[in-house]
Design a protein around this ligand. Structure first.
Ligand code: MG
Length: 326
């Protein structure tokens, strides 16, 4: 099957669903109308990526057919790409929930000083981010005044497209709609506590505004031959910091889905950030500064570019006290 992606882009009228073909962005509804083939969601909902995900088992194949038809019409000049000037990409979806795997690449756990049990004696470890943390391609991560140690983490994002509870690992990919890139931005100094018996403070370290860049688009599962064989990289400015592949996960995508779905029902639109490989700034004592640009890439999923700015805080506004992490 030829490759395509689903994007969300902003027009003056509001967010719209896009079809990405050969690096070109087409308006999905325009292609749909030109093709004259109803998607048959039967929901009457507007055609957004979130609405498509909500009906994914019914629309997965029609969307793929529409993409193939769109490619033919594009090469025949019957539909035109969206002009780049007046529109910009947003995060491809507004996730329902964001489950984030911690210490899921052995070399990353080592660089963070985390001693892990043998896999046979262990299970995945998850924390949560919030839908409100999500920003799209090109939108800036804001460094809050609380942190001097804001760090990057490129991760394969897995988007759920089918509801399921206690899903067997062997069938888990049947529940996946597609894949995207997540940058699990982290304030390392806020993520540890010594004033409580709880060693880590995941909410404080991971959930600042703008700390979840997602994008540039969503690539359907059918377009990725093996999601455990994708090269992944992250550069800060021109320096490559992370360069690994998704085959190095300790708990793979299937095992993560089985684990999460034993705790609760996974729903369409849930996003799993599957962990980051080695190469974060904490291990080298370097952190993000305003003016920097992060470029995250995963094979077959595009490039997610994120500039870095400082959060502007009014004089006299409250701010939290944080001690540097050593
Ligand atoms: Mg992470």
């Amino acid at each position: 099957m030829s490759s395509f992606a689903l994007a969300t882009y902003k027009e003056v009228s509001g967010p719209r669903a896009g079809l990405v073909l050969d690096g070109q962005l087409l308006d999905l509804e325009t292609v749909h109308r030109a093709a004259g083939r109803p998607l048959g969601t039967g929901t009457g909902a507007p055609m957004t990526v979130d609405a498509l995900l909500a009906a994914w088992p019914e629309v997965e194949r029609p969307v793929a057919r529409l993409a193939a038809r769109g490619a033919e019409m594009l090469s025949a000049g019957r539909v035109k790409p969206v002009p780049r000037g007046g529109s910009r990409l947003l995060a491809p979806l507004r996730p329902r929930r964001i489950f984030c795997a911690a210490a899921n690449y052995r070399e990353h756990a080592q660089e963070m000083g985390s001693a892990l049990a043998a896999k046979s004696q262990s299970k995945p470890y998850f924390f949560l981010k919030l839908p409100e943390n999500v920003i799209g391609p090109g939108a800036p991560v804001m460094i809050p005044p609380e942190s001097a140690q804001v760090d990057w983490e490129v991760e394969l994002g897995v988007v759920i497209g089918r509801r399921g509870r206690r899903i067997r690992a062997a069938r888990a990919l049947d529940y996946v709609a597609g894949y995207t890139i997540v940058n699990d931005v982290s304030a390392r100094d806020c993520n540890v506590r010594s004033d409580y018996p709880f060693k880590f403070d995941w909410f404080h370290g991971k959930c600042f505004e703008t700390f979840a860049p997602v994008g540039p688009w969503l690539v359907p599962r059918s377009c990725i031959a093996d999601p455990q064989k994708l090269r992944m990289q992250l550069a800060v400015n021109d320096e490559v910091m992370q360069d690994s592949d998704t085959g190095k996960m300790i708990f793979d995508i299937r095992e993560q889905i089985e684990y999460l779905s034993c705790i609760l029902t996974l729903e369409p639109g849930d996003l799993i950030a599957t962990g980051t490989p080695t190469g974060v700034g904490m291990a080298r004592g370097i952190f993000l500064k305003p003016g920097a640009t992060m470029t995250a890439e995963i094979e077959g999923l595009g490039t997610l570019t994120t500039p870095v700015s400082a959060e502007r805080v009014l004089d006299g506004a409250p701010r939290l006290t944080v001690r540097p992490r050593t």
